[in-house]
Every structure is written in C-alpha cells, then in structure tokens.
Ligand binder design. Structure first.
Ligand code: ZN
Ligand code: ZN
Ligand code: FE
Length: 739
C-alpha cells in the first residue's frame, strides 16, 4: 500500500474527486482525505497500476489546482473494499488557501441555458470556479466552514455534491435557484431576477448602482455616458483618478483598446484582474473615465451576477457593453462589504444590488500592467492573494504589517510568504481596524502564530503603532525594517534570489535611517544587511504633506529663480513667494531623496501636471506625455541635478513637451544605469534589483532594464508582486524570517 501526501493548492478545486476518479480507473482501492494542509491518499493495488496512478496524479490534476510537492511512502497492505473519499480530518501544517476563481465556461453556458435548473442563477459555481478565500472561515475547506453554512442544500444540489461523477462533486459553495443565496435591492422589496432587471434598467438609463461582488461592493455606471461618470466622480470626490471599466466581452474590449497577445491570457484568466490597456483613438468610452492618460483599466465579467447584468434576457432594448466598476469605498477607507455600511456609504446611488452571502475577507480587484510583454502587478488582491511565494532560508514564522499606503500584510512560515489581499490606505483608524481584523482572520486560516512581528521604520505610521501593540500582545519581538530595503527584499524574494544585489529603490516616500525622506536609493544588500551606497541628489520638500501632492513646490526647489518660476507659471505669485520663503529659510522643509517627487517636479516644469489630485497622477501623466514622443535620447548625467538643469534649459528653449517628458525618462534611466554600473564595479556584483513604486512606470522600467543589460548586468524585476507599497510586507517578512 502506498501512502501519498499531496501538498499545494489541492483544496476547493475538485482534487479529491479527481483522485477518486483516477484511482478507480487504475483499479486501486483505498481512501483520499483532506488534511487541512494537504491531501492524503492510501492506495492499494498492482505495482503497475500504482505507477500509472502516480503519473496521472501529476499529469491530469484539475486545472485550478497546483501541486507543489508529493511525498510517497510504502506501508503494509490493508483491506479496502473500494476507493472512497473520507471525511476531512484537520492537521496543522503548511496551508494553501485557494484564491477566488472567476466563473468557468461550463457554468457560464449553464447560466444561460433555459433547460438547466440553474438557469439565470446569480451564484452558479462548481469545483473549478467561484468564491473561495472571501467566504472561508477556516480550514479544511468544507461547506460548514464557509459563509455557505447558513444555506442548507436542496435535495438536487446535495445529490450533485455527493456524486463523484458530477462537476459539482464536493463544490462547497454549491447552490441553485431553490436553495442558497439570493440577490436583492436594498430599500426595496425587489428580489432575485426582479432586482437584477431593475438594476439593469437604472444602469441603462444612466444611473449609478452599487453592486455586491465577491470581495466587496462595486459602484457601477455606463462607461460611455459622460454625465453618469461625472456624477459618480462628484459623489466620490474623485476628480481625475481613473476608473476601471468592465467590458461585456473581449470584442467590446478590442473596440476600445489595443490588446496584445501577452495581455489576453491574463485579461481572460481565472483570476480576471484589471489590466491596463492602451486606449484606441476615437473610442467611445467617456473621456472622463481616465482623463489625461492614454491607458484604461479593463476587466471582464468574473461572477455569474456580472454576466447577468450584461446579458439578462429581459425586455430592455439596449444595454451598455462597458460599465464603470470601481471599488465601493469612501475615500481612503477599505472596500464596503456589508449592507449596513452600503446604505450609509452609497446614499448617492440610485440603487444598491446586494445579496445574502457574507463576505468574510475583503478582496479588491487586482490590477496589472505590462512591461516589455511581461506582467507588472500594480495591486495584488482578488484571484492572487493569498497564494504564497517561496523564499528559502526562513528561520521563524512572522507577521509583517506592511506600510501605510496600499497596505497589505504578510504571514510567513516555513519559507512560505502569504501576502494578504489589498487592505487600503492605513492612514485612518477605520483601515487599521480592518487590517487588525483581517490579520486575525488570516492567521486563523493559515494557522500561523508569529515568532516575530515586523513593520516599517516610520515612527508615525499607524501600522507601526499597530505592530508595537500586536508584538506586545503576542509577547514576541518587533523588528523595524527600512522602507526601501524592504522594497528591494520583496523583489529578491519574488525572484527567489539569495546572493547580494545592487538594489535600486525608486519610490514616493519612505523614512530613512537618518530621519530624512528617502526614495531614490541605491543599496548594496542581501537578505541580512544593507548599505546605502548611493542616492539621487537631495532636495528640499517645502510645506509638509502638500509637497507630496503639489509637484510645483518641488519644481521650485530645482528652479530656484522666481522669475523662471513665473515664466513656467508654476503657481500664482502669492504661493510662489510663500514657498520660496520656506525654501530659503528652511522653515517647514524636509530633506528628501524621493524619486517620486522628481517625477512630480518634472511634470510641473513641463506644465503637464502641477498639482496631483491622486497619488501618482503627475507621474502617470508625464509618462503618457513621454509615450506620445517618438524621439530617443542618449545623454548621460552624473547627477539628477544635472538632469534637471538640462531639462529646464530645454524647456525654456521651447522644445516640445512630449519630447522633453521622454528626455526626462531616458535621462533618469541612463543616470540610474550608470550609478548601478559604478557600484557593480566597486562591489563586484552583477545583479540589479529594481523596486519601489516609481518602477510601476513601464517606460522608466523598460528603459532602465535595457540600459543595465547593455552594461552586462542582470536585472531582477517584479512581475506578480507589486513594486509599490503593496509589496512592502513581503520584504519585511523576508527580513523578519531570515534574521
Ligand atoms: Zn464552474
Ligand atoms: Zn439547490
Ligand atoms: Fe514605498
């Protein structure tokens, strides 16, 4: 008899029925069971049959599963009459929780088949698709340990659930029109199909509807209706920040955007992230959906309810094939998940389409860009979290609370780093409460009791205070890790790289060892220590928090001369004089090496964007301008001051703004590659890791990588872990587990 333990994503993806099927096909007798952290098989039979069974186990595993390790051992034969699936027994160990999975093709076909008993059922799912992480209370993954425990199965569903030949054998969230969850409009008595029809009518007429999805509410409206989009912007006080658009299908996407071969498999994957695509000229998406930039965040429907909203067979003559689908949350606060908050937060909506399946863990949509035809994650959340990444050499378990903006946290154990879905901006108390509750839920789920807690070095981050509190409560040590070092470590971890590197962290803001603001850093480092080997030229940031939003303030620090500043119309006279005074006297100024602020300054000098209304706006618009230029520039600069002087000179000469935006990107990339090369010679290192939010800029990232490779250096980049603060927790966890 063989005892086989299969580790990986083997829960909630139809793994046990699959094992049962191939065991029977190979004439084996025995059992298969979920053990919480792995699937355990006892199999008796002929040696050849056992061999074929093991081969099939690897080769034919269900498409949503991922086998990471198979351990087999020989045991004396026992008597089994047949092969069967036995009850889940819980054992501790490494746990792989499946992320939520978009609706599969088979379920989508049944959804619109009038003869199917789940015709138009908004919660249709199977072992290959549906909610997972967001409805899970604890492991092992069984119906009674999910939000679905409140909904007893009807006889027909129970029969499928227990029938190994069914697609829904062992599908925990199974339900149908006769049992299970239901959609309804809040503050109305419309339920089920009537609620969906009413929501469709409101959307078609230009209204705004809040819709409860897998990981939280979305706010939806017709993406081709300028007035609807404007109303949504006014209600959310979000003047410019781009909205994501959900298209009915790929054909609708292709009408509006340029879609390349590398992007389609991600856009249409079971994860269904938002993918940033190039807008086509002359498209019909309202210009205020993503103003001033040439990209659009695009996703495809990923729940049955989305498909019903686009395609419900009712009497409506026309329905938009592109809907804004933006996270439903008051500014800065995590995504709304329950009805009481929805009523409070969405009073400006014309309807709220909710349902009675509880969301236990929030999951915003993931957002992905592409750099050189490779994915570049901007926000790693639904569909990806909490899949772990591997980084060996871990000595202890850890909780890393992440940074302040775009907060995520990480739990780590046995060389596995599990990053949470996106939590939000932890600058306010409400987010901190959600962060704390999510930490509790995920540690329960993954059964990780941390030996150490890690956080940022920043003394005023709310996450630092939370980490101090949690460490004290758990009675474990607290480790504070420098922000940009954590960025570089996250990049090393994603690439499973252990040797020393030249780490380049270009970022908005992070607290430096010397108490100044860092963010344009060159490190020589490994997982145990770092040296700040170089940095961009320091400048003054005048006016506290305002200096992070108002790029013209940084620009003035570079321009220095008030007459030149007036000529560039950086700001009105009063503001110019005010900030000039601060800069000259040093009052309310901090010293900064933030590369993010360099982009803000360049954007202001070129008149592209002088004040940002959302984080990253000035840089995104500068990149969009640069991408309109076809010129190439080669000039090298010994320092960022030199680069700015030249940029300013050319600007005053009246050179084209788009060309100059390109010049700035190329100049910064050349400078970066040159500094890295110098350090490479000095330290004898050949590998450069690029991290920090500035490297989300696909043009800068691409140019810098190219220039580094031309110098014979190997480049480590992010792909599925964000280079921005959303990936910070991973770097913190690396340091905390390795030291
Ligand atoms: Zn399915
Ligand atoms: Zn049912
Ligand atoms: Fe950062």
């Amino acid at each position: 008899m063989l005892n086989i333990k299969v580790f990986g994503i083997v829960q909630g993806v139809g793994f046990r029925p699959f094992v049962s099927r191939i065991a029977v096909a190979n004439n084996l007798r025995g059992t298969v069971a979920n053990r919480g952290s792995y699937v355990e098989i006892f199999a008796c039979g002929d040696a050849d049959d056992l061999k074929n069974f093991l081969a099939a186990l690897q080769a034919e595993a269900p498409e949503r599963s991922a086998i990471l390790n198979v351990q087999t051992s020989e045991l004396p034969d026992e008597y089994f009459a047949d092969f069967r699936i036995v009850e889940s027994v819980h054992e501790a160990g490494d746990i792989f929780v499946s992320p939520d999975i978009a609706i599969c093709d088979k379920c989508a076909a049944e959804l619109f088949d009038p003869t199917n008993r789940r015709y138009l059922h908004p919660f249709i799912n199977c072992t290959a698709c549906g909610a997972r992480l967001t409805i899970l209370k604890n492991m092992p993954y069984d119906r009674e340990r999910t939000s679905m425990s409140e909904f007893p199965m009807c006889d027909a569903c129970a029969e499928e659930y227990h029938n190994p030949a069914s697609r829904r054998y062992d599908a925990q969230p199974i339900c149908c029109n006769d049992c299970g969850c239901e959609v309804y409009l809040l503050n109305s008595n419309l339920r089920g199909h009537d609620a969906i029809k009413s929501a469709r009518k409101i959307l078609a007429e230009g209204g705004i509807v809040a819709i409860k999805g897998i990981g939280g509410f979305h706010l939806a409206c017709d993406a081709r209706n300028v007035d609807a989009v404007r109303r949504l912007r006014d209600s959310k006080t979000r003047p410019n920040k781009p909205f994501a658009v959900m298209f009915k299908d790929i054909a609708a996407v292709e009408r509006e955007c340029i879609l390349n071969a590398a992007q389609i498999p991600f856009l249409d994957s079971p994860q269904k992230p938002i993918v940033l695509l190039q807008k086509k000229i002359g498209g019909s998406i309202a210009p205020n959906v993503a103003p001033h930039i040439n990209r659009l965040g695009v996703m495809l429907p990923y729940t049955p309810l989305h498909l019903l909203i686009f395609n419900f067979p009712d009497e409506l003559k026309a329905f938009p094939d592109a809907l804004i689908m933006t996270s439903g949350n008051p500014s800065g606060v995590p995504i709304t998940i329950d009805d009481a908050d929805a009523v409070k937060n969405f009073d400006f909506c014309d309807a709220i389409l909710s349902n009675d399946r509880k969301i236990l863990l929030r999951a915003d949509d993931s957002v992905m860009d592409f750099i050189d035809a490779r994915p570049s994650m901007i926000r790693r959340s639904r569909g990806y979290a909490p899949l772990p990444i591997f980084y060996d050499g871990g000595k202890r378990s850890a909780l890393a609370v992440g940074g302040e903006l775009k907060n995520t946290f990480c739990l780590a154990k046995n060389n596995l780093l599990y990053a949470s879905p996106h939590i939000g901006d932890a600058g306010n108390l409400q987010t901190i409460e959600v962060l704390e509750a999510s930490i509790r839920r995920m540690s329960d789920l993954l059964e990780i009791a941390p030996d150490v807690v890690a956080c940022d070095l920043h003394p005023r981050y709310r996450t630092t205070a939370l980490a101090e509190e949690l460490a004290a409560k758990l009675g474990v040590p607290l480790i504070k890790i420098q922000h940009h070092y954590a960025h570089v470590l996250s990049c090393m971890a994603e690439n499973n790289f252990h040797d020393a590197v030249i780490g380049v962290a270009f970022d908005g803001t992070g607290y430096g060892d010397d108490g100044t603001i860092w963010g344009g850093e060159f490190f020589i480092c490994d997982a145990n220590r770092y040296e700040r080997a170089a940095h961009i030229d320091a400048f003054k940031q005048a006016g506290g928090d305002k200096s992070a939003r108002e790029g013209w303030r940084i620009a003035l620090a570079f321009v220095e001369d008030l007459d030149v500043a007036r000529k560039l119309e950086l700001a009105d006279e009063q503001n110019l004089r005010g900030v000039k005074f601060l800069l000259d006297s040093g009052i309310n100024c901090v010293t900064s090496t933030s590369a993010g602020r360099l982009f803000d300054a360049a954007s202001a000098i070129l008149g592209v964007c002088k004040v940002s209304t959302y984080e990253g706006e000035a840089a995104m618009r500068l990149q969009a301008a640069a991408e309109r230029s076809t010129k190439s520039f080669r000039a090298g600069f010994a320092s960022t001051t030199e680069l700015f002087n030249e940029l300013l000179r050319r600007r005053l000469d009246g050179e084209d703004v788009c060309d100059l935006a390109r010049f700035f990107h190329a100049g910064l990339a050349e400078y970066t590659a040159q500094v890295a090369e110098d350090l490479s010679l000095r330290a004898g290192l050949k590998t450069v890791a690029l991290s920090g939010g500035v490297f989300q800029n696909s043009l800068l990232s691409s140019l810098t990588s190219d220039k580094l490779r031309r110098r014979g250096l190997t480049v480590l980049r992010h792909e599925l872990i964000p280079p921005n603060d959303g990936g910070l927790c991973i770097g913190q966890a690396v340091y905390a587990t390795q030291n």
